[in-house]
Design a protein around this ligand. Sequence first.
Ligand code: HEM
Ligand code: HEM
Length: 234
Amino acid sequence: MTITSREGLSSKCHIAAFETRTNPANRATVAAYPSVLTIATLLHLETRYMLDTRSKLSHLSVAFHWVIGLGMIAMIAFGLLLDSIPKEGRGFWVGLHKEFGVLLLALATARLVWRLRNGFPLAAAVYKAWERSLAGVTHWLLLVATLLMPVSGLVMSIGGGRPTNVFGLFTIPALAEKNKLLNGIGHEVHEILGYVLILAIGLHVAGALKHHIMDGDGTLRRMVGARIAPPTEA
Ligand code: HEM
Ligand code: HEM
């Protein structure tokens, strides 16, 4: 039997389980039915809700993209505004910036694992070779930067001797004494990468709008959860 897709595998499992259950000659294997059904159900759920296809992105991919993407934009603005807060009340806002940053780090790590499992979505339309390369590089840069921004923030705090309390749940400790080198590296990376990220996000959003407005393809619609017609050529 040739299985071409996970949906195919899932329904073949159902049929096989049904045939096994209803054939009296196969009584011995009837006991295996619940586990076959469980595997089929899990495969079905993964296909339906988790794996991307060319015509539709999974709910998980869409949720990760918008929660982390909009979260990163908000965090960049928050970080840049920190400078203009007077010294007396600043500690509270820096603390808030840090804990939301750690929350985003957890989400971004889960998303990276998910991307490595699932791969990047295939192009929603027929793109030129340079568009494919530029989109690929930008997506990797955005993905890695969503991890490096909070990690560099943590390095700055740890090196600065300032622990990070996360919503009163746990505390990420810091060095007992300030380490200028570690603190400086964290700060530089955090600051420079912040500006690189602003440029990369600008490019990324411009690309998404170009596909939507000028090319009229389904790239942006697919990222808001819509099912689109897959491109006819590769
Ligand atoms: C999740 C993503 C994050 C983004 C996008 C982000 C972004 C930024 C930006 C753009 C700045 C202003 C940089 C400057 O002009 O110097 C900043 C400042 C800062 N960030 Fe973050 N941040 C993130 C996470 C974190 C985390 C997890 C920590 C620490 C645990 C942290 C600690 C700080 C501190 C202490 C400052 C103030 C630096 C100073 O005194 O100039 N950030 N952040
Ligand atoms: C609010 C403005 C944004 C819009 C309109 C937007 C739109 C899109 C679209 C249409 C795609 C699909 C591209 C394709 O199929 O080739 C995409 C993918 C992607 N976007 Fe955005 N995006 C935005 C913000 C962000 C931000 C702020 C980040 C990260 C900091 C980000 C990271 C990514 C990544 C990593 C992908 C690759 C697919 C994935 O892993 O989810 N996006 N975006």
